[in-house]
Design a protein around this ligand. Structure first.
Ligand SMILES: C[S@@+](CC[C@H](N)C(=O)[O-])C[C@H]1O[C@@H](n2cnc3c(N)ncnc32)[C@H](O)[C@@H]1O
Length: 292
């Protein structure tokens, strides 16, 4: 029997043949990845960190084009990362895109003392001299004298609960050109929906949407992001909402990117106010419509 001739073209590599090659970028500091425990000491991918690495890389890809798109600020670039945690995002951005850009500075804002201290030590060890870490809440950082009056890009990756809302306030106060948010769960809107449930039943059949407790939580969470988008649009930002990575990688996967255009969407604040009224959420006006 005649054997089939072997094909001249090699079989395509499977997409996941080498998980390290799939995830790492050229020029990336292996030392940093080891320090962040993304790689083990012997240079293997730490499986527990794989998901985080994928999220952070995806986010870096979304942020990269924004770094060159800050009008009139070619020489300097100020970026603030809120709820920084171990500062994976800040360190990656610095390592991949900003270490050779003399005017760029990254500020990590984080409440947990130990994480701030660790990030400071790591930045010093790696010679990442244009990274600073502030031990403060996002809200406190709005008026912190150690931060510049103007910040070009604001990021918040899974900043807990209302820390994302404070990051929006921060961005508005600092006239940020770009705002990149991957929100965590926010409980405040769901709490107010729950509080006024009975009132809402008598007012609108739409209250069926949040009648069951799980729906209250889920709807509250989605509504929060809708209100955030309207808030940003009312302040002149153009907003896009997409997924960060596939849902199999993270449940908290909504990516909101807002870019200042100087032209507020004219019905955004009216719509926002109407939604708050319709759903008995007027007590949240200060959160989403308050003076900035
Ligand atoms: C889920 S972690 C995310 C950390 C990091 N951004 C990441 O994705 O790896 C949220 C972080 O936000 C911090 N955090 C929570 N509320 C905060 C606030 N109001 N101001 C500043 N940091 C806050 C927590 O201490 C925690 O480290």
């Amino acid at each position: 029997m005649k054997r089939p001739t072997p094909s001249a073209t090699p079989a395509p590599k499977t997409a996941y043949a080498d998980p390290l090659a799939e995830l790492l970028r050229p020029g990336q500091s292996i030392e940093l990845l080891k320090e962040l425990h993304i790689l083990t000491r012997d240079g293997k991918l730490n499986q527990d960190s794989r998901r985080k690495l994928k999220q952070v890389f995806h986010l870096c890809q979304f942020i990269e084009p924004l770094l060159d798109e800050v009008p009139g600020r070619q020489d300097t670039l100020m970026l603030a990362d809120h709820g920084a945690g171990k500062s994976y995002l800040g360190f990656m951005l610095y390592d991949l895109f900003l270490k050779d850009r003399a005017g760029a500075h990254i500020y990590g804002i984080e409440t947990r003392d130990a994480l701030v201290e660790k990030s400071r030590e790591l930045a010093a060890r790696l010679g990442f001299t244009r990274m600073s870490f502030l031990n403060a809440t996002v809200a406190e950082s709005i008026t912190a004298g150690t931060l510049p009056a103007r910040i070009d890009i604001v990021t918040a990756l899974h900043a807990c609960n209302t820390a994302t809302d404070d990051a929006i306030r921060f961005a508005l106060a600092k006239q940020a050109r770009h705002i990149v948010l991957v929100p965590c769960c926010q409980a405040e809107v769901a709490t107010v929906l729950r509080k006024h449930k009975n009132e809402s039943f008598g007012k609108t059949p739409l209250s069926e949407i949040w009648r069951h407790p799980i729906h209250t939580r889920e709807f509250g969470s989605q509504l929060t992001n809708v209100l955030r988008c309207l808030q940003l649009e009312s302040h002149g930002y153009q907003v896009t909402v997409t997924e960060l990575v596939g849902w199999e990688h993270s449940m908290k996967n909504e990516l909101i990117i807002a870019t200042q255009t100087g032209a507020p969407r004219n019905n955004a604040s009216a719509r926002l106010r109407q939604i708050l009224q319709e759903l008995n959420l007027q007590e949240l006006e200060a959160r989403f419509l308050g003076p900035q």
